[in-house]
Design a protein around this ligand. Structure first.
Ligand SMILES: Cc1ncc(COP(=O)(O)O)c(C=O)c1O
Length: 414
């Protein structure tokens, strides 16, 4: 295939269904699906409707096998180590609720985990009586500082309770807020050295950073296809290396369920995840069209390079206009395709965090036709700004003016 070089930025807006006048700066939350992928989805939905039995009993499965094969090449693993799940939440719940954690065993968690993942871990604590060991990160930190913090926590916990194992650690590949790349490869290695199962929340990873799962070798990895990879909402993958497949079952049990606790060499992993009950499987099938679209843009490297550069330049532009700064360390390893810029906001009116978050969203969406993700970290308010192939610096300019105005309005509120 000959690739013609495509112009990124607003020249690509017509490839998406974004409404006129809307300045999308929050790709990281829900993704935005290209027109061409939506069209393919409609074709598959039609095919499914024309003969549901043929589609769901026969046509679908070889198609999904082909796509898992293609995805496995993208993330560097074997096809049968990957299954589709509807979203990262389902994948993470499936893993952590399957593991036979015992009372008082320890689980490492971070203050930067996604809010629903944090609650999933709280659920584990409440139902299994495990001990959650919270690791507090205050960015900006270097990768070495993050690594050292994790290591010293492990050493401290082992010294405190030598007989209580740390069974599992839950951490991100790229965290949600702040949106920073986490040195997950090194932390996976550290976990392995201490016999701790590593569960990596890669909800933001596919399509945003290059991945080599065999090289990184996590015990479990979950990644969304509907955020940065351009699939329709409701498509994600769960990676489980063969050695761990007997340990995990989907959150929704189906007809293929088998207990492997006695013979861990057998596995029904792929079959158990293949049918999560009746759903619209066309989201999964569309991952192929999403990958075609990405190739038509020049492929992963070209997309990452554009988005990373724009996030950094755009973030710096906004920070300059606001007289604040981006979250970044000296080695510049934190920012990928999302910038975290401190808001010029002092909360003079003493508003609650929930009101502040909701007001930012509401004002940005309805008054300024844009949005970013507001969040509080280490006592300060920030806005997370996503850079995607359809964005340009002008979008960051628009957001900067809008954000400034919202800060003034909230600070002047009586
Ligand atoms: C880091 C992280 N983990 C998990 C999730 C949950 O993803 P989903 O809603 O697709 O299940 C998100 C969603 O934004 C996220 O940012």
């Amino acid at each position: 295939m000959t690739l013609t070089k495509r112009k990124f930025g607003h020249a690509l807006r017509h490839e998406f269904l974004l409404e006129d006048g809307y300045v999308p700066m929050n790709h990281g939350s829900y993704g935005v699906c290209p027109r061409s992928v939506q069209a393919v989805r409609h074709e598959w939905q039609l095919k499914a409707e024309q003969n549901p039995d043929r589609f769901l009993k026969f046509t679908l499965w070889p198609e999904l096998d082909k796509i898992r094969e293609r995805l496995s090449r993208l993330v560097h693993c074997d096809r049968d180590e990957l299954v589709f799940v509807v979203n990262a939440s389902f994948g993470i719940n499936s893993v952590v609720r399957s593991l036979s954690l015992k009372q008082a065993e320890k689980v490492l968690v971070f203050n930067t985990l996604y809010n629903a993942v944090d609650r999933t871990m709280a659920y584990l604590k409440d139902t299994r009586n495990v001990q959650l060991v919270m690791i507090e990160l205050a960015y900006p930190m270097t990768d070495q500082q993050v690594y050292d913090t994790v290591k010293s926590t492990i050493d401290r916990e082992h010294a405190k309770d030598p007989d209580v194992p740390i069974r599992m650690a839950m951490f991100d590949a790229v965290s949600s807020v702040p949106a920073v790349r986490f040195p997950f490869e090194r932390v996976i290695q550290l976990c392995r050295e201490h016999n701790i199962l590593s569960v990596v929340d890669g909800a933001h990873a596919l399509g945003q950073i290059p991945l080599d799962l065999h090289q990184a070798d996590p015990d479990f990895f979950i990644g969304n296809c509907h955020k940065w990879l351009f699939a329709p909402r409701g498509a994600a993958i769960l990676y489980v290396p063969k050695r761990n497949q007997a340990l995990v079952h989907p959150s929704v049990i189906n007809v293929s369920y088998q207990d492997h606790s006695v013979d861990q060499s057998s596995s029904t992993f792929c079959d158990e995840f293949a049918w999560p009950g009746t759903i619209d499987f066309t989201n999964f099938v569309c991952v192929n069209a999403a990958l075609d679209f990405r190739e038509s843009l020049g492929g992963e490297e070209a997309i990452h390079a554009y988005c990373n550069k724009l996030a950094r330049q755009g973030g710096e532009l906004v920070a300059k206009k606001w007289g604040t700064h981006m979250i970044e360390n000296e080695e510049e390893t934190l920012t990928v395709a999302m910038a975290n810029v401190q808001l010029p906001f002092e909360n003079k009116a003493g508003l609650s965090d929930a009101i502040i978050t909701r007001s930012f969203f509401h004002k940005l969406i309805f008054d300024h036709h844009t949005t970013g993700q507001p969040f509080k970290h280490n006592g300060h308010w920030y806005l997370r700004l996503s850079a995607q192939v359809y964005n340009e610096l002008a979008d960051f300019e628009h957001l900067a003016d809008a954000g400034l105005q919202v800060c003034k309005e909230l600070d002047n509120q009586q």
